[in-house]
Design a protein around this ligand. Structure first.
Ligand SMILES: NC(=O)CCC(=O)C(=O)O
Length: 265
């Protein structure tokens, strides 16, 4: 399976509509891939808090849905279109990922569970999702997470328990914590014996230089590809048999001890 990660540059001078058109063209250029991935909140920038409500859209019939559905269909690829600021039917604002089939159908949405900001920004502006989401593709099952979720291993164990073999993490990760990004991506791959496809933004927006460094890690912890800081497309071949092979040859997941006693209990 061939995967392409589009490390999209969120240029503050560019309009949201132009970003959508440019992302759609980049997706169309990946027609030789099976799966294409875009980053977190690339229509606005993950730290452009003032744009979240202004640019919020519906997941199932908004302008990003329309552009990405068409791009997936034109390219004939599975498309993880990164995330958008979603205005939910309940009136809430969510950081929501969209996954499309090669026919352009919306296969899944995932609302980011852990909001970033510690009482500021996303943490107060957005509502939290509560549902783990997996998507079955021919040859692998995706487990969905977004950016700050990467710091919460229990979420990924939940995805693995639900059958995930390839963990897809769109992000808008700041450059000052680049070391955490690569370390955590490798840790999630090794501990879950799964592929990690972590796709970030390049450049700088809202005064926050982005880490870039989108990364693909295999189920044994080997880095298959890593981007630089600017806009770039990473293309990698994933061996669909490798997850099962690693889990069989080194069956650490089977040695999990659940229900441990807590002190004083
Ligand atoms: N957009 C994010 O979730 C940023 C996360 C982050 O900066 C971090 O975990 O560090």
């Amino acid at each position: 399976m061939r995967a392409s990660l589009i490390q999209f540059g969120v240029d503050p001078q560019e309009s949201v509509d132009s970003r959508r058109q440019r992302a759609a063209s980049l997706v169309r250029e990946q027609s030789g891939a099976d799966l294409v991935v875009l980053p977190e909140l690339w229509t606005v920038g993950a730290f452009a808090y003032e744009s979240f409500a202004a640019e919020a859209e519906r997941a199932a019939d908004g302008p990003t849905h329309e552009a990405m559905s068409k791009a997936a269909r034109d390219a004939g690829v599975w498309l993880h279109a990164g995330s958008i600021p979603e205005r939910g039917a309940d009136g809430g604002l969510y950081n929501t990922s969209l996954v499309f089939t090669p026919e352009g159908e919306l296969a899944a949405t995932y609302r980011k569970i852990h909001r970033f900001g510690f009482d500021q920004g996303e943490a107060v502006l957005m509502s939290a999702g509560a549902d783990l989401v997996t998507v079955a593709l021919p040859g692998t099952t995706l487990g969905l997470a977004t950016c700050y979720d990467l710091r919460f291993p229990e979420l990924f164990r939940g995805l693995v328990d639900a059958g995930a073999q390839t963990l897809v993490i769109p992000a808008g990760w700041p450059a000052r914590r680049l070391a955490h990004w690569t370390l955590l991506a490798k840790a999630r791959a090794v501990e879950n014996q799964a592929y990690v496809l972590a796709c970030g933004t390049g450049g700088s927006h809202a005064g926050v230089p982005q880490a870039g460094h989108s990364i693909v890690v295999d189920p044994w912890g080997e880095v298959l590809a890593e981007a630089g800081e600017d806009e770039e497309v990473l293309t990698v071949e994933l061996d669909e048999e490798k997850v099962a092979a690693v889990r069989e040859q080194f069956p650490a997941l089977k040695d999990r001890r659940l229900g441990l006693r807590t002190p004083g209990a």
